[in-house]
Design a protein around this ligand. Structure first.
Ligand code: GDP
Ligand code: MG
Length: 692
């Protein structure tokens, strides 16, 4: 008879849980999210023998069961709630052989829950180099469970691990640490009140700071026994628990593990002295960053141009080879460019994640995080936020995806919310033309303005992170435990897997939304109410008699856009944007550049019917554009006001789509859209009213 059991993979961050998960379930995984929050939920199937399957869950990393973060309380609730459909029959604690002592803290806790718990000691490939020896047989006796040495990197030891899983019923469920020893009287009383229950389970229910989503804690926490202890007394007891557990662990490891200290230093330590240096550390890091972003710009521009041209050609091919009509237009002008607008991000995403995976896998990322953490923590961000914030200068899409590294979801959320402020590449064409137009070309004014806009982006991100940090309710200050894994040569397989995973999930998840919005924008721009739109051809040709066909086409296009739904929208927002110094034509450009900011320039070119055959430039047209009273439209005041608008507003549907995907709800992207638009409006209004 075939059997299926549920197995939870637990462990501290960076012990290789996900690598173990990948080895065991390769190609049979699904990734979801825990309801309402940004913590990833990964599940896969591993076939153990012909009629024995294991459903394996890769749980978020945690250091202990004394919950500090939402990620940790997800794990704790799952372990405590026997009614949860994912409640495991078997737990595997994945430990890193080089940090066994710290990893065993979590093990002794999980083992106390009455769930059979296997200890899988990963990274065993490093043992020889580090001079580590482990007596597995006596460790099994001391820990009262199955212990397996594995290496996810070299695919070693998994046969033994699978054997241990198949025989999970023979594993002892007894705890090896008696919680009541930390405060006998208290636990005695607790045991009398709830005579049938495990003391450690009750204890876990009592000490949680966040409420669970499904499991009810009230029946325990509302009893008088619980109230006799203040929360600071509870904290003290938790510390006592940790100390006692470490005493036990030290004793066990003294009997079962040997380390040759002469092997523990060497190359890694020397490298750390340079990479973590108070001055050189930062210099090297910013050097590395510059190198990465230079390469992203350089290498991605070729495939991006190629994608751009291919989709344009494909669209032209469709237009000339299919019968003209609405459907052809929809495919050629809506659908194909829409798909192109998704695929165009692939080179940047793939390249960024190539570099990130290399940094992460080599062990350098942990050093960077250590360097940056103190500074960024003041703003409610994490050391790990540095990568998204800097990646944002290329594009917010890969940047928001890069926040996945941040384990604490609150820090991750803040990073996601502020990243779109950093000046992305799509703002450059907008800035470039406005600067050329309104900033005098003397001295360094123009380049200083551009630099100012970049600094403004970073400042806006940091300031809003600071505010968000104050606004979002804090559960408790999380002690930051810094991971310092050994330096390693990155494994090609893992790097490629990361790139594939990120790219695929972007195309599948965010792609849908981007495609839908771009088709909607296309429909709004190529349809319009009333005769003014449908008779554009006649109206324009009767107005301009002596134009060539191509000049006429340009005028017709411009007329159509003015009278399309987007044109009407642009006109209808004119009263709102007039105080910022914008007219309805700019309104149209603002609305249509929601597809992508750089569209702004192209839209204005269409509205002003720029004829590139006659060597007209969009810049000259813009410079000559007049208000009804004859004064120029683009002045220092309105130009800077427009730059402010593009600096702060969330003018990018792709960003909304990716934030929706990464936070798993529309709540955050919508809040972000509103907040950033309001900030942009106020900034533009202030600037224009002061300067004009
Ligand atoms: P998680 O945070 O627990 O999910 O850990 P990951 O699976 O992301 O792995 C963390 C790091 O450890 C990665 O750089 C892996 O390449 C590396 N790693 C995982 N398993 C092994 C192993 O068996 N040996 C070595 N040397 N490195 C490993
Ligand atoms: Mg992981």
């Amino acid at each position: 008879m075939s059997q299926s059991i549920k197995v939870a993979l637990l462990g501290n961050p960076n012990t290789g849980k996900s690598s173990v998960f990948n080895v065991m379930t390769r190609l049979k995984q699904k990734v979801g999210n825990y309801p309402g929050i940004t913590v990833e939920k990964k599940e896969g199937v591993c076939k153990l023998d012909d009629d024995f399957k294991a459903r394996i869950f890769d749980l978020p990393g945690c250091y202990s069961l004394n919950a500090n973060s939402i990620d940790e309380s997800i794990v704790i609730e799952l372990l405590l709630n026997k009614k949860d459909s994912d409640h495991p029959d078997l737990a595997i604690v994945v430990a890193d052989v080089e940090n066994l002592k710290r990893n065993l803290l979590l093990f002794t806790q999980v083992k106390g829950l009455g769930i059979p718990t296997i200890l899988a000691i990963n990274m065993s490939d490093q043992m020889k180099k580090r001079g580590i020896k482990i007596d597995v047989e006596s460790l099994k006796k001391e820990l009262d469970t199955q212990v397996v040495l594995i290496s996810a990197r070299n695919n070693k030891g998994f046969e033994n691990l699978k054997k241990a899983i198949v025989q999970y019923k023979s594993i002892s469920k007894k705890e090896i640490f008696d919680i009541s020893t930390i405060e006998p009287n208290y636990f005695n009383d607790l045991g009398k009140t709830f005579p049938k229950e495990s003391l450690y389970r009750l204890w876990l229910l009592i000490i949680q700071e966040t409420n669970f989503t499904k499991l009810n804690r009230k029946r325990v926490t509302d009893t008088s026994e619980f109230r006799t202890l203040s929360s600071s007394a509870l904290k003290k007891l938790q510390q006592k628990e940790t100390v006692r557990r470490y005493i036990l662990i030290n004793e066990i490891l003294r009997k079962t593990m040997e380390t040759d200290p002469s092997k523990a230093t060497g190359f890694g330590a020397a490298l750390d002295r340079i990479l973590l240096h108070k001055v050189f550390g930062y210099v090297i890091f910013f050097g590395v960053l510059m190198l990465i972003f230079e390469s992203i710009y350089d290498f991605s521009s070729i495939p991006m141009d190629f994608i751009d041209i291919s989709f344009t050609q494909l669209s032209n091919w469709y237009k000339s080879n299919l019968p003209p009509g609405n459907l052809t237009d929809l495919i050629a002008e809506g659908l194909i460019p829409g798909i192109g607008g998704v695929v165009i991000f692939v080179p940047q995403i793939a390249l960024l994640f190539l570099f990130l995976a290399l940094l992460e896998e080599s062990g350098y990322m942990s050093r960077v995080i250590f360097l940056m953490d103190r500074g960024l923590r003041r703003f409610g961000l994490s050391g790990k936020s540095v990568v998204p914030l800097v990646s944002g200068t290329a594009c917010a899409i890969p940047a928001v995806m890069a926040t996945r590294n941040i384990e604490n979801w609150r820090e991750r959320l803040i990073t996601i919310l502020v990243t779109p402020f950093t000046t992305c590449a799509a703002r450059l064409p907008v800035y470039a033309i406005l600067i050329a137009l309104v900033i005098p070309d003397v001295g360094m004014y123009q380049s200083l303005t551009l630099m100012g806009l970049y600094l403004l982006g970073f400042a806006a991100a940091l300031v809003s992170a600071f505010i968000l940090n104050k606004m979002l309710a804090t559960s408790s200050k999380k002690a930051f435990i810094i991971e310092m894994p050994q330096y390693k040569i990155p494994l090609l397989r893992d790097v490629l897997y990361t790139i594939w995973e990120k790219t695929r999930s972007f195309i599948v998840e965010a792609g849908k939304i981007i495609l839908a919005i771009s088709i909607l924008l296309w429909i709004l721009a190529s349809n319009g109410p009333g005769k003014n739109f449908s008779n554009a051809h006649q109206i324009v040709s009767s107005q301009y008699k002596d134009l060539t066909q191509s000049e006429l086409d340009i005028k017709i296009q411009s007329h159509k856009l003015e009278n399309s739904y987007i044109g009407h929208l642009g006109r209808s927002i004119e009263p709102v944007i007039a105080p910022l110094g914008f007219d309805w034509k700019i309104g149209i450009a603002i609305i249509s550049s929601f597809a992508a900011r750089e569209v702004f320039v192209g839209t204005l070119a269409t509205i002003y019917s720029v004829d590139s055959d006659k060597q007209e430039t969009i810049k000259n047209k813009m410079a000559n554009e007049k208000r009804p009273d004859g004064s120029p439209l683009f002045t220092l005041a309105s130009g800077i006001s427009l730059m402010m608008f593009y600096a702060f507003a969330l003018q990018c549907m792709s960003t909304l789509a990716i934030v929706r995907k990464e936070t798993n709800t529309w709540k955050w992207p919508v809040a972000q859209l509103f907040a950033m638009t309001i900030i942009a409006y106020i900034a533009s209004l202030t600037v224009f009213q002061i300067l004009q």
